[in-house]
Design a protein around this ligand. Sequence first.
Ligand code: F6R
Length: 246
Amino acid sequence: MRADAGPAAAAVLRLEGRDVGTAAADLLHTVIASTPRPVIGVATGGSPSPLYRELAARGGDYRAVTWFALDEYLGLPAGHPQSYAEVLRRELIDPLGLDPRTVHLPDPHSADPHDAAARYEQRIADAGGVDLQILGIGRNGHLAFNEPGAALDSRTRVETLTEDTRQANRRFFPTLEEVPTRCITQGLGTILSARRLLLLAQGAAKAEALHRALTGPVSADCPASVLQLHGDVTVLADAEAAALLP
Ligand code: F6R
């Protein structure tokens, strides 16, 4: 089912959970096939997992693709299993047989993380910008780790995670204390610079945030509302996440 929502009329497709990965993989393969040197932005967390599983199951030639992560935690030791570098190695690099040098993340171990953030922003620009940015949405409306209050035109920078986000990501760590408090994240302006956006949302916990993002005012209170400012957004949501949409 296809429905219009929000001033910029994102294409919203309501899907069964297992179909989110299939539909997302179709779109990603379309972009890769039609772009000479595709640059794909990747999210981590639970939302994109069905996509990455589907890509691994399909196989494919990704040698021309450059990948950029949305964000990375600060404060975890190198090789920590929940660092996004390790998550992407497990979920994307190894299953798809990617050359690790084609998968970029912000450097969380730099002596100057602010400089590392600025350099990451520059690397994305040097690669020609992102052709397709895969996104999840936080239950508080965050996009990447742009928490409520983030400037709508923000660029890649150091951010502090809210308690709500740390609680949501507690499931990946043995204790809440071990969930990092800071990160380097692409900014909302960085994300809006991508030529095409693909938001994946599953589960009832995302319903209110998705509703606010697509039908509420464009406001820093709900960072994902910036999706309404972009002209090419596809939202793939399961029935629970889409429950409050018109
Ligand atoms: C992850 C990211 C976050 C997540 C969001 C949803 O790279 O940037 O914005 O997409 O927190 O997380 P999940 O998918 O685990 O519900």
